[in-house]
Design a protein around this ligand. Structure first.
Ligand code: UDP
Length: 235
């Protein structure tokens, strides 16, 4: 296996499938199946999940809500998604733990790095919920932060595009995909990989980010096998 320990970032919107809102159980089960393939190979898996399919603080603020209040609502949305993913993974026989950055001990453990390490060593999949626990951040930043804390080998950012392009592939048919690009070149070319806070945190800590199409069955497994899928952003 190319990677021993991965931090998989899934956006909340990915869980919607073809829906406009919420969680599509078929999509959830498909993701659980993809994750099971790499779990079966002994890869240690931590997951950060977004909440954009349910609520985003910025959207709340644009319609008059207090931003901080909205961000906490967004963080709670990530916990709902985390619980849904936990259920889907356990349905397929995997052992999991949900750890949250905001305390809610009836349903999840509080985030404790050493405990997360221990779960991962024992082959449990650890889902980190509630982002960083702070307003004004994103779950991309939470993914990089947790990835650094648990010494993940890579951040695997599952999206609906298959990597980083020199222009938007949904608008420009001749857009060219990078197999590899340096952190510096992403900035120089003004490309959008992750929000700036997440990106600089990753760069400063030399934690590579791999962007790939999570909706293509088998991709996650191929990446862990060392195949050239998606785009790697590294030093
Ligand atoms: N959020 C936050 N702090 C964090 C992570 C998330 O306040 O550390 C809130 C924020 O309002 C954000 C929402 O939770 O819009 C959902 O997270 P995100 O937008 O990152 O989800 P995704 O785009 O991955 O679905």
């Amino acid at each position: 296996m190319k990677y021993k320990r991965i931090l998989l970032k899934l956006s909340g919107e990915a869980l919607m499938g073809d829906r406009q809102y919420g969680i599509d159980p078929v999509r959830l089960a498909e993701y659980a199946e993809e994750i099971k393939k790499v779990h079966a190979k002994g890869v240690e898996i931590a997951i950060v999940i977004g909440g954009g399919n349910i609520f985003r603080g910025v959207a709340g603020a644009s319609s008059g809500m207090d931003r901080v209040q909205g961000d906490y609502m967004g963080m709670l949305a990530t916990v709902i998604n985390g619980m849904a993913l936990q259920g889907a993974l356990e349905d397929k026989g995997m052992k999991t733990r949900l750890q949250t950055a905001l305390k809610m001990e009836s349903i999840a453990e509080p985030y404790i790095k050493r405990r997360a390490d221990r779960h991962l060593e024992k082959g449990r999949i650890v889902i980190f919920g509630a982002g960083t626990g702070n307003p004004y951040f994103t779950t991309d930043t939470a993914a990089v932060l947790r990835g650094i804390e648990i010494n993940a080998d890579v951040i695997l950012k599952g999206t609906r595009v298959d990597g980083v392009y020199d222009s938007d592939p949904e608008k420009n048919a001749s857009a060219v995909k990078f197999d590899y690009i340096s952190f510096d070149d992403v900035i120089k070319k003004g490309l959008n990989v992750m929000d700036t806070t997440a990106f600089t945190l990753s760069q400063e800590n030399k934690l590579p980010i791999l962007i790939f199409d999570m909706n293509q069955s088998g991709n996650l497994e191929k990446i862990c096998d060392g195949e050239n899928i998606g785009t790697v952003v590294n030093i």
